[in-house]
Design a protein. Structure first.
Length: 208
């Protein structure tokens, strides 16, 4: 009989740990790179995009999303008609932690201005503050979309972003909610609340 140590703590009466199965793999699908782009949209069946029942979970990653305009939010919306309309009804909740560069203002707070209650408008991915457009300011993070092709259940999403605000704050945003539809989601659009996405990329993955 062997003794296995985890973090230097003994675990008695253990002979071996079995392999962990069923964790899934991230399958790269599509990368879109912004260059003064009004929108970045992922539409199932368009230009190599897969957003259907191939996977039950999809992940979008945001890498250094930089706005052309100062004091804006980075938003997304969902479509059930292949991108003809991005107006799925959504309910969500948001909160964020923040800390300024001066080190004298920090908190964890609910984002009442960014959550939605049965709204067809864009969901903000920046909470409590706005994204700045100085050369070194950007947003990174990810969005999980669960089982978008279901015709039984609403469409849950969870997102986390980190960004530099226009007033030199570091803001870690947490967003979660659902698209209140039993129709299949087959397109997702990202855009700024005003102006273009100056630079950055968004990658789409399926979870196998």
């Amino acid at each position: 009989m062997s003794i296995v140590k985890l973090n230097n703590n003994g675990v008695k009466n253990a002979t071996a740990f079995g392999s962990i199965t069923g964790l899934g793999s991230m399958i790269f699908i599509k990368k879109l790179t912004a260059s003064s782009s009004a929108t970045l949209s992922f539409v199932d069946g368009s230009d190599g995009v897969v957003l259907d029942n191939t996977y039950k979970e999809y992940v979008f990653t945001f890498n250094n999303i930089h706005p052309a305009t100062n004091i804006v939010s980075f938003n997304f919306n969902l479509s059930t008609d292949g991108g003809s309309n991005y107006n799925v009804t959504k309910t969500s909740s948001t909160f964020a932690s923040y800390h300024n560069e001066a080190g004298n203002d920090q908190a964890l707070s609910y984002g009442t201005a960014q959550d939605l209650a049965q709204s067809t408008g864009d969901q903000k991915l920046t909470v409590l503050s706005s994204l700045g457009n100085q050369n070194d300011e950007s947003l990174s993070g990810y969005l999980h979309l669960f089982n978008p092709s279901s015709t039984t259940f609403v469409k849950h999403f969870i997102a986390t972003t980190n960004f530099n605000s226009e007033s030199d704050y570091q803001v870690n945003s947490f967003i979660a909610g659902y698209g209140n539809t039993t129709s299949s989601i087959n397109a997702v659009r990202f855009q700024m609340s005003s102006g273009n996405i100056d630079a950055g990329d968004i990658c789409l993955y399926g979870i196998a």
